[in-house]
Ligand binder design. Structure first.
Ligand code: G1P
Length: 291
């Protein structure tokens, strides 16, 4: 098949994290499988990739993450049961999950950071540009956030990081960029720093869990030293790459939820429930009664 030189065919989902912030819920199930209403968090990311024209998913997993593989696999007994009961709508819903995607798994044996997780995907990515989606950041956007980035990638022909302006008190939770604007919402990155103290943040533009990377990121990550906690940070790998080539950023147009913390998770549940006609009314009524 003829393809555009800058099209993105593969998305990497780092999903080996231990989910410490959601214990005990994540003791025996992956945090990526916690549902927002009735859909696991990671499925939102996968659907975003598909809606952005990306067909191949590479999920970087670890111990105790089998539920993710089962989720995207065919569930033969469940399908037979739903068929026998004539539950066509539910059947279509669960088939959609397994039919839609080409998925490959690779293990990250030890929790050595996001940059290390991306390195684990190198043999499956090969020599082409690819996306990285951190499923914790769930973004409701039209066009989808990744599609917005792919458009910028095609224009600038280089790596693109997704950013959002955040409140000063939140900036130390993120990778932060220093950047020169190219046009509204698009920047050329001049520096970046992982989770700086508030007073040292170079801007309020926070990296929010979507990257389009070129294959030279792998060499840059290999050359990146571990941080004080023994992790290889993707932000530091990108900073290394910045010495050799321009890196870009674009601001997302859409609503982002950080489901990686409890309040963000709860807000996301309410947000997506409010989009369901059968739930919105009763939930709004219920919330009014909660004091
Ligand atoms: C990771 C990245 C950070 C980025 C954030 C976005 O951090 O290291 O640069 O801003 O994702 O969600 P984590 O949230 O995994 O600690």
């Amino acid at each position: 098949m003829l393809r555009m030189p800058f099209s993105i065919r593969k998305a990497v989902f780092p999903a080996a994290g231990l989910g410490i912030r959601f214990l005990p819920a994540t003791k025996a199930q992956p945090k990526e499988m916690l549902p927002l209403v009735d859909k696991p968090i990671i499925q939102y990311g996968v659907e975003e990739a598909i809606a952005s024209g990306v067909e191949n998913m590479i999920i970087v997993t670890g111990r105790g993450k089998n539920a993710i593989e089962d989720h995207f696999d065919v569930a033969f007994e469940l399908e037979a049961f739903l068929t026998a009961r004539g539950k066509a709508e539910l059947l279509a819903e669960i088939r959609k999950v397994s039919d839609l995607i080409n998925v490959a798994y690779v293990r990250q044996g030890e929790p050595r950071g996001l940059g290390h997780a991306v390195l684990m995907a190198e043999p499956l990515v090969g020599d082409e540009s690819f996306a990285v989606i951190l499923a914790d950041d769930v973004i409701d956007a039209t066009p989808p956030a990744l599609a917005q980035m792919i458009k910028v990638h095609e224009e600038v022909e280089g790596p693109v990081i997704l950013v959002e302006r955040v409140r000063p008190e939140d900036i130390s939770n993120y990778g932060v960029i220093a950047a020169d604007p190219i046009r509204p919402g698009v920047y050329r990155v001049t520096d970046m720093v992982e989770k700086p103290p508030r007073e040292q943040a170079p801007s309020n533009l926070a990296i929010i869990g979507r990257y389009i990377l070129t294959p030279d990121i792998f060499g840059a990550l290999r050359a990146t030293r571990e941080d004080h906690s023994g992790e290889i940070q993707l932000t530091n790998g990108l900073k290394h790459l910045l010495k050799d080539r321009p890196v870009y950023a674009c601001e997302v147009t859409g609503v982002r939820h950080d489901t990686g913390n409890k309040l963000g998770f709860l807000k996301a549940v309410v947000y997506f429930a409010m989009q369901r006609p059968e739930l919105a009314g009763p939930l709004r009524e219920y919330l009014k009664t909660v004091t």
